[in-house]
Design a protein around this ligand. Structure first.
Ligand code: SME
Length: 160
């Protein structure tokens, strides 16, 4: 396991994604426990980008249930037809929400959350979990995050 995380001191988000993805791949390579791996992935993302909230919701018992995360207390269960996470599950695609107030049905786990990106992860062609990242700034996520986090989820899918 990689014990030291190298994060380039740059304002280029794509350079940071490029640097952390292979490290995450190495970090999870020898560990088979799902919770342990998801916890470390959330920790790396928090450390690399300083995200306000970053974590996973896992499909369990016909809903999304809170998994490993970094950040403030969060809602524990989300119905498939609720919130940005539910919409991501239903549409099976990444949702980029520049202003959460403008997203019908958005669930405000924290009133400080202003923008959000949610990325699905698949197992046997079914959504098995979603990665949710929240910012306390409006319009804080872009195509670089979409590309970087979707690439990350392809790594996550390998250990699901
Ligand atoms: N805002 C999400 C709920 C999860 S929290 O942000 C951590 C949503 O609308 O699905």
């Amino acid at each position: 396991m990689a014990e030291i995380l190298f994060i380039p001191q740059t304002s280029s988000k794509s350079a940071i994604y490029e640097a952390i993805l292979p490290q995450i791949e190495a970090l999870v390579a020898d560990e088979t426990d799902l919770v342990a791996n998801l916890a470390n992935v959330a920790a790396v993302l928090k450390e690399a980008f300083g995200f306000f909230w970053v974590g996973f919701y896992l499909v369990k018992e016909n809903q999304l249930v809170l998994g490993p995360f970094q950040g403030p207390l969060a809602c524990t269960r989300i119905a498939f037809d609720k919130g940005v996470c539910g919409a991501c599950y239903t549409r099976r695609e990444t949702l980029l929400v520049p202003d959460v107030e403008a997203f019908p049905g958005h669930i405000a786990c924290s009133s400080l959350s202003k923008s959000e990106i949610v990325v699905p992860g698949f197992k046997n062609d079914q959504v098995a979990l979603v990665l949710d990242v929240d910012s306390d700034q409006l319009n804080d996520f872009d195509e670089t995050d979409r590309v970087g986090l979707e690439a990350l989820m392809r790594l996550v899918e390998k250990f699901l």
